[in-house]
Write a protein that binds this ligand. Structure first.
Ligand SMILES: NC(=O)c1ccc[n+]([C@@H]2O[C@H](COP(=O)([O-])OP(=O)(O)OC[C@H]3O[C@@H](n4cnc5c(N)ncnc54)[C@H](OP(=O)(O)O)[C@@H]3O)[C@@H](O)[C@H]2O)c1
Length: 265
């Protein structure tokens, strides 16, 4: 039995992915939320049982914690009395360390930390997982099994979680920012807004698909559309002149630093 403790946006995306993939049936998931109307929505929508966090944590062996970071302490206090080292805790809360969760729960409870991103909603998440002090290979495999239905999973040391948050947690936002900027460029060149958006969306989608499916290095893919004396190289010269590469490096470093700051309270 799997408990989804905090079945909001992220918890629901996981629940729906698990059920669609057939990894588990509705009878093997118990969810927990606070509001009765939200509980009814989940029961009606997925056929899963919905109860309090303490009851769900008591019944399940795998506990997925998906509450907001600010609600974490209250939730851990609520479930602490029923969580034993025989259970596995998987936390998707941004910035909360496995040590914090372990200390609040007490004992040698195995904890796996996950950083996912919003494409979880279309089963294309990047989930980056790290083991806590008491988690074993078997615990990591269990986390992978639950996250694979909603996207890709990668293991990294917990010390790199803030960097992963900056790169892949916020990653989709940088892409949307680039899309917005390219659409503005289309408008500058006299293109109708909707046409510009259609073109940019398809360019991003096509490029992402080639990047993933061809297995080619991004430099080679870029070189393939950069002919000598051509249009693309004129654009690249401007990007370099305006320091776009350096700006991206600094931006992602700033996101990593902000993550560290928030994580340390
Ligand atoms: N959304 C994403 O794409 C995304 C991506 C990466 C990471 N995350 C992480 O996922 C976590 C959840 O984010 P979210 O966007 O899914 O938030 P959300 O939609 O607000 O969901 C949080 C859920 O937790 C429930 N909850 C809070 N305290 C509870 C308690 N004591 N007992 C039972 N249920 C409780 C809330 O119940 P009620 O609805 O009844 O209030 C709500 O359904 C965050 O830690 C965030 O860092 C989210």
């Amino acid at each position: 039995m799997i408990a989804i403790l905090g079945a909001g946006k992220m918890g629901e995306a996981l629940t729906s992915g698990l059920l669609r993939s057939g990894v588990v049936g509705p009878g093997e998931i118990v969810a927990a939320v606070r509001r009765p109307e939200r509980a009814k929505q989940l029961r009606d929508g997925y056929g899963v049982d919905v109860t309090t966090a303490a009851q769900a944590a008591e019944r399940a062996q795998t506990l997925v914690i998906s509450v907001k970071p600010q609600d974490m302490s209250a939730l851990l206090a609520e479930i602490g009395p029923v969580v034993t080292p025989a259970k596995l805790v998987i936390s998707v809360a941004a910035g909360i360390t496995t040590a914090f969760i372990g200390d609040q729960l007490g004992g040698a409870v195995p904890v796996v930390r996950v950083m996912s991103n919003t494409p979880v909603l279309v089963d294309e998440a990047m989930s980056v997982i790290s083991p806590g002090r008491h988690s074993t290979e078997q615990h990591l495999r269990r986390a992978e099994e639950l996250l694979q239905p909603v996207g890709k999973v990668l293991r990294i040391p917990e010390a790199l979680q803030d960097a992963a948050t900056a790169l892949s947690g916020s990653g989709p936002a940088y892409v949307y920012f680039l899309v917005e900027t390219m659409v503005d460029a289309g408008i500058l060149l006299g293109m109708p807004r909707n046409d510009a958006l259609e073109m940019v969306k398809q360019a991003v989608y096509g490029a992402a698909k080639m990047l993933r499916d061809s297995g080619e290095h991004p430099v080679l893919l870029r070189e393939a559309v950069t002919s000598p004396g051509g249009t693309t190289i004129s654009a690249i010269r401007e990007l370099e002149r305006h320091g776009v590469r350096a700006a991206v490096l600094s931006a992602i470093e700033a996101a990593r630093d902000r993550g560290r700051e928030l994580g340390s309270g």
